[in-house]
Design a binder for this molecule. Structure first.
Ligand code: ATP
Ligand code: FE2
Length: 328
């Protein structure tokens, strides 16, 4: 079967076609703010402007290759309200036009499912790190339970905020990573783990302060080392607690090589396996929505129009994981 998926919770509008085995086609349009961080209304206007071209391109590909779409999946939440509404409107219209079922997909669950699909991990502790989320999760009794999460801002937001205040453009993550590679020394910064939860707000502010009197590369390096060490600590405890022999990294910040390296070392030291999906499936993409829609569809889930309203605060553990074989 073939499922069309549409993602657009924040900066990336992306449509894709997948079948059980592979991604058949994907088309994206990226919103880059002219100044500062993501502005929800501007991002949704961007999505509205590019919707016809992005969706039209995928539909044209399906037609040219004689592919029949069996369902339309869309990112129902969590995300920015105006962006979600633009995406849901397009998805509803397409589902009605094609006369195929609609599937509302949880964006965070989609990051996890596409990660498992592409990396081969079957039952991991998941480190989900992005611009809006920082969570350590594991599947237990049919739901992705949150073992630890940030108490304030996400790790991606902390890095992006710091980057903006020191004059680096959005998104700051990749630029901070590059500068960190040129560092010569570690500058102590606040390390905040409370039980299983994390806090990044004070760390981001302290790094901004440190940048006033220290070399920027050293501060970038120290910010990464501190934030990533906090994440590794919580992940290791979640693995012990949930008795998981695998760990998997997903979300945009997962593109960071140093974070992957630190998690890999921790896993090896405890005789566990570390899984890292390909970079293109780390950040937001249409394929992750299409794939999750496909496995949901196969387990009998449908989203009637009346239940297709957007869910900006949709939590990962609100979703009942009824599909297998990922449901261990
Ligand atoms: P979500 O809605 O799931 O929170 P998102 O909209 O934030 O996702 P993602 O693509 O998952 O989008 O993540 C974007 C984040 O990833 C940004 O904060 C960006 O700085 C960060 N990022 C991207 N590449 C890197 C990198 N190499 N190192 C660190 N952070 C990175
Ligand atoms: Fe995301």
């Amino acid at each position: 079967m073939i499922v069309f998926g549409l993602e657009g919770t924040a900066w990336n509008l992306s449509a894709a076609l997948v079948d059980e085995r592979e991604v058949l086609y994907e088309k994206s349009a990226t919103y880059t703010p002219a100044k500062g961080g993501i502005h929800p209304r501007e991002a949704s206007q961007h999505h509205a402007e590019h919707m016809a071209r992005v969706v039209g391109d995928v539909i044209a590909y399906a037609r040219e290759n004689d592919l029949q779409m069996d369902a339309v999946a869309f990112s129902q939440g969590p995300g920015l309200g105006p962006c979600l509404r633009t995406v849901a409107t397009a998805a509803r219209a397409l589902s009605l036009k094609l006369e195929v079922p609609l599937l509302g997909v949880n964006h965070c669950v989609a990051h996890i499912e596409v990660g498992k699909w592409r990396s081969g991990s079957t039952d991991p502790a998941v480190i989900y790190v992005s611009g809006a989320n920082t969570q350590v999760l594991a599947l237990r009794q049919g739901r992705y339970r949150i073992f630890g999460e940030t108490l304030d801002i996400s790790i991606g937001n902390a890095i992006d905020k710091f980057a903006r205040t020191v004059g680096l453009s959005h998104p700051g993550g990749p630029k901070v990573e590059e500068l960190a590679g040129k560092a010569r020394r570690y500058i102590p910064l606040p390390y905040t783990v409370k039980g299983m939860d994390l806090s990044f707000s004070g760390l981001s502010t302290a790094a901004t302060e440190a940048a006033k009197s220290h070399d920027l590369a050293d501060v970038c390096y120290s910010l990464q080392e501190t934030a990533f060490a906090m994440l590794v600590e919580v992940t290791e405890r979640a693995m012990a607690h949930a008795e998981k022999k695998e760990a998997m990294l997903v979300g945009g910040v997962g593109a960071n090589k140093r974070l992957g390296e630190m998690l890999d070392i921790m896993c090896r030291e405890r005789g566990a396996r570390f899984f890292l999906p390909e970079r293109k499936y780390m950040g937001d993409n249409g394929s992750m929505i299409a794939h999750t829609g496909l496995i949901m569809f196969k387990s009998g889930i449908r989203t009637p129009l009346a239940k297709s309203c957007v869910r900006p605060g949709f939590r990962t553990d609100d979703v009942e994981v009824t599909w297998g074989p990922t449901n261990s």
